[in-house]
Design a protein around this ligand. Structure first.
Ligand SMILES: O=C(O)c1cccc(C(=O)CC[C@H]2O[C@@H](n3cnc4c(=O)[nH]cnc43)[C@H](O)[C@@H]2O)c1
Ligand SMILES: [Zn+2]
Length: 372
């Protein structure tokens, strides 16, 4: 018998409601959960713009820029995208950032990322973009914003996938990057229509969160939601800092939260979702093996778990695979997977009508699958 642990049930229950009955696997023949996931409407909340460049796009851009050390052969990229530690991941990540040199590169990348998301039935995604990394490399800021907005509108029209932006500060680049990112995110003459949230990425070691409080205060005052990375490569104190100093509404990764029962209880009580990216944590060596990943502790503590792919081509994964990983680690059936998908919809910054639309699609799809 397979049960969906409490936290993977839809978290939208008002307090005092009867708890949902346990999801029991139908005694009929085991179903192909991967096929179910492939057709399941989904939302993705933690996925990076440059980190989502497909091998085809990366190799095409590398061929345009022979001075780059990034391989032009997609097969050679697989080895290039294997990391010895988190610092090595960032080094490789920045070598791909260096390939994005023109507004057309930005537009092509963004539109193709949306195509890949749509292929996985992603109806809505909040794509994390680091504008500082592109403007400091010479891309005009107005042209950058126009490129991502043009791709966003084209993708919605062509694929039906709704994209929104999270602008993040590359923390290791310091307060200069914080100031520039905040300016780009809050200047009404520049901020793109699709911008909904404000984040903090890059290495956490040696990059204390409290220093970024003034910048998050300005972003929140401008109506943006706070979604910093924390607890990915450092301890639970970084997650506490993100909550108390940066007023985080969601936490990117939050992996080390499992080391602090009080933090788990706080996240569960206040329904602060974790943007869990299982394979990312293995690829960057933040977690040793999937079986050691704390996602089950999160679920059993009642924390809102959302499933995400982070930098899928770099980690040799995609969102569908991350759902399959979650199904194995959380011992889920189709209903449990549908509830995970709804967790992401509920934790998103999409408007109520949009959430209702995707949730209804998830329910209709799941009912149809189970009744087939
Ligand atoms: O752009 C620069 O000039 C620059 C200078 C110093 C440091 C940096 C960065 O650290 C950029 C990091 C970059 O990585 C993105 N990212 C993607 N996946 C993850 C992740 O799992 N954890 C943390 N950061 C991640 C992040 O959005 C930054 O843009 C840049
Ligand atoms: Zn990330």
């Amino acid at each position: 018998m397979t049960r969906a642990p409490p936290a993977t049930r839809r978290q939208g229950r008002r307090s005092g409601e009867e708890p949902l009955t346990e999801h029991l696997v139908d005694p009929r023949a085991p179903r192909d959960l991967k096929a179910f996931v492939a057709g399941l409407p989904k939302a993705e909340l933690h996925v990076h713009h440059v980190g989502s460049a497909s091998p085809r796009i990366v190799s095409e851009l590398a061929a345009r820029h022979p001075d780059s050390k990034v391989p032009t052969d997609p097969a050679a990229l697989v080895d290039y995208f294997s990391f010895t530690d988190f610092a090595h991941f960032i080094e490789v990540y920045l070598s791909v950032v260096d390939l994005i040199r023109t507004p057309e590169d930005v537009r092509l990348l963004t539109y193709e990322v949306a195509r890949d998301l749509a292929r996985q039935q992603v109806r809505y995604a909040e794509l994390t973009i680091t504008p500082f990394s592109s403007t400091r490399r010479g891309i005009d800021e107005r042209a950058f914003m126009d490129a991502i907005e043009d791709a966003r509108k084209s993708a919605e029209a062509d694929f039906g996938t709704v994209l929104r932006w999270c602008f993040d500060i590359p923390g290791e680049a310091g307060l200069e990057a914080a100031e520039e990112t905040t300016r780009l995110a809050t200047d009404d003459r520049l901020r793109p229509e699709g911008l909904v949230s404000f984040g903090l990425g890059g290495p956490e070691v040696g990059v204390p969160r409290p220093q970024f409080k003034p910048y998050f205060d300005r972003a929140i005052a401008a109506g943006l939601h706070s979604v910093p990375h924390a607890g990915e490569t450092t301890g639970p104190e970084t997650v506490w800092d993100a909550l108390t100093h940066l007023r985080a509404e969601r936490i990117g990764h939050g992996t080390s939260s499992a080391q602090d029962p009080k933090l788990l209880a706080h996240l569960a009580e206040h329904r602060i979702p974790l943007e869990v990216c299982p394979t990312s944590n293995i690829a960057t060596r933040a977690v040793r093996t999937l079986d050691e990943h704390p996602i089950k502790e999160f679920a059993e503590a009642g924390v809102v778990v959302t499933i995400n792919s982070d930098d899928p081509p770099m980690f040799g994964t995609d969102l569908d695979n991350e759902y399959a990983v979650a199904a194995r680690l959380l011992d889920l059936d189709e209903r449990g997977l549908a509830e995970l998908a709804k967790n992401a919809v509920e934790a998103s910054f999409l408007d109520a009508a949009g959430k209702a639309r995707i949730n209804e699609e998830i329910d209709t799809y799941t009912a149809g699958w189970l009744d087939r």
